[in-house]
Design a binder for this molecule. Structure first.
Ligand SMILES: [Zn+2]
Length: 383
């Protein structure tokens, strides 16, 4: 039977950077699971080039099972300086290096490696394997999967999302809204600047309004369990203008809110929308054709599983860890918790500190801990 490490070696060899198809990896997993007599359901996206995979082991059509969830895509390696080929698993000093080794093919490998044990053990409740696409670009696959599952009658009781937590149990993360603002003004020669409507100027006003929102949010009581205790606002990219002597008629920027689970991310988006409406009104006094678009192109809900929830107690036993924590980064966990009402935690091998970086790695000892976690989970399900 292949070990987690053997399977990780196979999984990292598929370049599943988010902009590429994940189907070769999915085909490999389907083949592996069908070798064990298991049938998978694939849910393709509208392009047909990406798919989510869902596979139930044990009693199907039954409530109360546990979802083991992970994403198949990775961030790009472009422009990163790697010491070894990012798509070839390389062992150095007890660490396994490759793109996705920790975020999060390590967890996928451990889950696949545990499949024979799941099949051999008594199964009082179903195991559901959920491998999704396009997490790194906004949890797109998981959103589609959760929508499909929500329309079905079976309700899994628990979900473990295996994002890297060093096998600690994570009960909370923030919500996110990713937005693009595009300002359309009126162009003219820069010597006639007052006759134009400068899109960059108006974008700048909105960026300052967003910064002011962030400063205001920072004064609200936060949650000290997070390393950044408050809701944050941030502008990430900006582009606009062509040459100095033309008043630019177009400027766009991307920005985000990272929102504590007890606050409403859409209320913040609505507040930004109001600032946009008044900025747009000011532009239209000179140029009636001027407009500003706000595109909320991605996002996910926060996760806020109570410390005394059964899944937290169980997962602490499986991972043999004492406490629980909350993290600033987002995961698919909020979608499962909010969309399905499934009690969800995040727990997986490796450290988020090395995710997305050159020479990303997972320690062999972390894969061993994840294997042991799954063994205890399987034993619990049989007991
Ligand atoms: Zn991830």
């Amino acid at each position: 039977m292949p070990t987690s490490r053997d399977l990780l070696e196979r999984l990292v060899a598929f370049d599943t950077t988010s902009h590429r198809s994940n189907l070769p990896l999915i085909d490999f997993v389907v083949g592996y699971l069908s070798d064990h007599g298991l049938e998978c359901t694939l849910q393709r996206d509208e392009t047909g080039l990406k798919a989510n995979l869902w596979c139930t082991i044990g009693p199907s059509g039954q409530d109360g099972g546990i979802i083991l969830s992970g994403h198949t895509d990775t961030v790009p390696v472009d422009g990163q300086d790697w010491s070894s080929d990012p798509f070839t698993l390389s062992e150095r000093g007890g660490r396994l290096y490759a793109r996705g080794a920790c975020d999060m093919k390590g967890f996928l490998a451990c889950v696949l490696s545990a499949v024979p044990k799941m099949l051999a053990a008594p199964q009082r409740r179903p195991f559901h394997i959920a491998f999704t696409h396009d997490e790194e670009v906004g949890c797109i696959g998981a959103r589609q999967l959760v929508e499909k599952l929500a329309a079905e009658t079976v309700r899994p009781a628990f979900c473990v999302v295996g994002e890297p937590t060093m096998m600690g149990v994570v009960t909370g993360h923030k919500a996110k809204r990713s937005m693009r603002v595009t300002v359309h003004g009126r162009s003219c020669h820069s010597s006639l600047a007052p006759k134009g409507v400068n899109a960059i100027d108006h974008a700048a006003s909105l960026i300052l309004a967003l910064r002011a929102m962030g400063r205001q949010l920072a004064t609200l009581p936060g949650d000290p369990a997070y390393d950044i205790a408050v809701t944050t606002a941030h502008t990430g990219t900006i582009e606009g203008g062509t040459v100095l002597n033309i008043v630019p008629d177009r400027c766009s920027f991307t920005c985000e809110f990272r929102v504590l689970p007890d606050q409403d991310p859409d209320a913040l988006v609505a507040e930004l929308r109001q600032a946009i409406a008044s900025e747009e009104a000011a532009m239209r006094r000179l140029a009636p054709e001027a407009r500003i678009e706000l595109d909320v192109y991605a996002g996910f809900p926060g996760l806020d599983t109570p410390d005394d929830a059964e899944i937290v107690r169980l997962a602490k036993g499986w991972s043999q860890s004492n406490g629980q924590s909350k993290v600033a980064y987002g995961t698919e966990a909020g979608l499962f918790a909010n969309g399905l009402g499934t009690a969800t935690i995040v727990c997986g091998p490796g450290s988020i500190d090395v995710a997305h970086r050159p020479d990303e790695y997972v320690e062999i000892a972390q894969l061993d801990r994840c294997d042991a976690f799954l063994e205890r989970l399987i034993a619990w399900n049989g007991a």
